[in-house]
Ligand binder design. Structure first.
Ligand code: ATP
Ligand code: MG
Length: 230
């Protein structure tokens, strides 16, 4: 069976795409599931992150600059043998984001609690609409994930209320947490670096929300839920 493809994207830089892509891929990869992460960003953040030791997900460094080379990139991505495949997209490239979305069932869109990010997020939602219009069959769903949320700021406290009316397209928050930064420094995913931390809890919650969304999309069993961290 073809992998379930999930693109992590936002046209805005620095919103936490790679942080979410790496930790979500590794969280989903625990247990029986075979999970791959394609680093499509020429910056190579997730490839650097997952460059030391072993991880529950397998990293593939397939940078894509623009639409040139798209066909061979798509062939390489689709030849990866896994149950779930995540794509970490570069910021600022509509073309690459569009190509990744064209392969995906779910788009995970991290957004921070700031005005410019909300504008960039509107642009990526427009891309999702375009992608939906161009495909036949295979729905593309999306999950907005409040990212790097700092509850000490007014915007951080308000983002939940601002997004609440959007309903179930909003996923659980991934808060601003130093453990994520330190985990990157150690080249460990959060479940290895700080398995019982609040940061890990954020990722477990997000992984469960993603699995629930995939279940909604294609109806697979509740036994595929990740375990809660005790
Ligand atoms: N939840 C978080 N808590 C604390 N720091 C975070 C969090 N998420 C990301 N960061 C930090 O913010 C910076 C940008 O994160 P990241 O590289 O994941 O964003 P990105 O959207 O992938 O960026 P780019 O657009 O450059 O690819 C990094 O220094 C990262 O360590
Ligand atoms: Mg990145």
């Amino acid at each position: 069976m073809a992998a379930r493809i999930i693109t992590v994207a936002n046209l805005k830089g620095g919103v936490g795409k790679s942080n979410i892509a790496v930790n979500l891929a590794c969280e989903l990869g625990g247990g029986e599931r075979r999970v791959a992460l394609v680093d499509a960003d020429p910056q190579g953040t997730s490839s650097h992150w997952m460059s030391r030791g072993r991880y529950p997900a397998q990293i593939h460094s397939f940078p894509l600059e623009d639409e040139r080379g798209a066909q061979s990139w798509i062939t390489k991505v689709l030849s990866i043998d896994s149950d779930f495949l995540l794509i970490d997209c570069p910021a600022h490239s509509r073309a690459v984001t569009e190509i990744a979305l064209s392969l995906s069932r779910l788009a995970v869109i991290p957004l921070t609690a700031s005005g410019p990010d909300l504008i960039a997020t509107t642009n990526v939602l427009n891309l999702i609409e375009t992608s939906r219009a161009m495909r036949d069959g295979n729905e593309l769903s999306f999950l907005l994930v409040p990212s790097k949320i700092d509850h000490r700021t007014g915007a951080g406290r308000r983002i939940g209320d601002v997004l609440r009316h959007l309903g179930d397209v909003v996923g659980p928050e991934v808060r601003q947490r130093t453990a994520f930064v330190d985990a990157f420094t150690e080249r460990k995913w959060i479940g290895e670096f700080a398995p019982k931390s609040d940061a890990r809890h954020d990722i477990v919650n997000l992984a469960n929300a993603v699995l629930a969304k995939m279940e909604e999309i294609e109806g697979f069993g509740p036994d595929e839920q990740t375990a809660q961290v005790s």
